[in-house]
Design a protein around this ligand. Structure first.
Ligand SMILES: [Zn+2]
Length: 409
């Protein structure tokens, strides 16, 4: 193997691209297992597909409640930079256009589409809706939470989305009481989402405030509603109301966990360990919580939370900015602990004209599959599992765990 790699190095002296085969061969992966993993149509737990542009219509902006294309500049991780060879390879492999055909090229059967609204163009037999619930948590003035230009842009977007939720709920102005707001705007919005086919509600809370959700008394929340107390108590109270409603309606709660976009992103505040009190709250045990992105760089801490009956993690985004070897170590640790709670996902996202959701999805899907194969191969070679169990674990991560979680056919 070393000789082959040296050969590539000589062959490639002076060229900047990683040779196609060197990156695709995944030397630490058992070849038949990798082939099997590549043949399984996946359920993608989290992604941002974009509707194809129709002539005369404005470009789609519903692919994220908080699009990250207008932030102050940050230093991008190496693997996500425009010149990354992985992206060049993806551009060569993926044909844009028909979203269902894009899924076919990515080996994805069903994609959970995290979007403000679905609109037309994303066929409902392939794309399942995950709308956003953050806006409902911030019904008062948010000036005190704005410390930089990124937050300013984010809260403006949440305030616009909250207006949309008011209007869709048929409520013209902020109700006099918190109870009225919870019933007529919050519950009404969640029920509308459920009616519209939503399988989960997504929180981008980590972009707006830390994930340290308290358990305030209703009186504290009502005081804040009346302008006589800290807004955090109100936010936390509303969040718990939403989480309980999601349990009642059979929708999961998705959290962005771990590092995020932008140079002001509060990484420490995104640690999924901050969510442990929610997982331990007996009154919320009907609600399933999903840590999107697996909480990286706290992914090892997140491992311990997977033993809670209602805690799940996916490895989306990690499979875009991390290399297969590093991701394989994470997946292996999760699979050795509670494999039933591990989900495949891409976080396919339109970052730029060159890196659309199609290409970032392709890189993430290919990397995720290679990493899964490397993780299972290591477990197989160390005598932890049989070959039959390796196949079974692959199907669970790629498809069956999500099927059970969202009660899909
Ligand atoms: Zn995302």
């Amino acid at each position: 193997m070393k000789a082959i790699l040296v050969g590539f190095a000589l062959l490639c002296a002076g060229c900047e691209r990683v040779p196609e085969t060197a990156a695709r061969v995944a030397p630490d992966a058992d070849a038949p297992l990798l082939a099997e993993i590549r043949s399984i149509p996946a359920i993608d737990n989290h992604a941002h597909p974009v509707r194809p542009t129709v002539d005369g219509q404005a470009p789609d902006r519903d692919y994220d409640a908080l699009p990250v294309d207008n932030l102050e500049p940050a230093s991008d991780p190496v693997r996500t930079r425009p010149a990354a060879p992985e992206l060049a390879r993806a551009r060569a492999q993926v044909t844009r256009g028909d979203p269902a055909k894009v899924l076919d090229q990515l080996g994805i059967g069903t994609m959970l589409a995290n979007r403000v609204a679905m609109g037309s163009g994303l066929p409902p037999d392939r794309f399942l809706w995950v709308p956003y619930a953050d806006a409902l948590m911030y019904p008062l003035a948010n000036d005190a939470m704005i410390h930089n230009s990124d937050r300013k842009a984010f809260f403006a977007l949440e305030e616009t989305l909250l207006k949309r939720y008011y209007s869709e709920s048929g409520v013209a102005a902020r109700p006099a009481t918190l109870d009225e707001y919870l019933g007529k705007v919050v519950r009404a919005t969640l029920e509308r989402h459920k009616q519209g086919g939503a399988v989960a509600e997504k929180f981008e809370m980590a972009y707006l405030r830390p994930l340290d959700i308290g358990n305030p008394a209703k009186a504290e929340a009502e005081a804040a509603w009346a302008g006589r107390g800290p807004h955090k108590a109100l936010q936390d109270y509303i969040f718990r109301f939403i989480a309980a409603e999601c349990g009642r309606l059979g929708m999961a709660v998705h959290f962005h966990t771990g590092a995020g976009a932008g140079s002001y992103f509060d990484v420490a505040g995104s640690n999924p360990m901050l969510l442990e009190p929610l997982l331990d709250d007996a009154s919320l045990r009907r609600t399933n919580f999903v840590f999107l992105h697996g909480g990286w760089p706290f992914e090892r801490q997140a491992t311990a939370l997977l033993m809670k009956p209602n805690a799940y993690a996916d490895f989306s985004a990690q499979n875009f900015f991390n290399y297969p070897g590093e991701l394989a170590r994470t997946i292996r640790a999760w699979l050795e602990y509670v494999p039933e709670h591990v989900l495949f996902a891409t976080d396919a996202y339109p970052y730029s004209a060159e890196a659309g959701w199609e290409e970032t999805g392709y890189v993430a899907a290919a990397t995720g599959r290679e990493a899964l194969a490397i993780a299972l191969t290591g477990m197989l070679r160390d005598g932890e599992i049989t070959r039959a169990r390796a196949s079974e674990l692959a199907r669970m991560v790629l498809r069956d765990n999500a099927r059970a979680l969202y009660q899909l056919k």
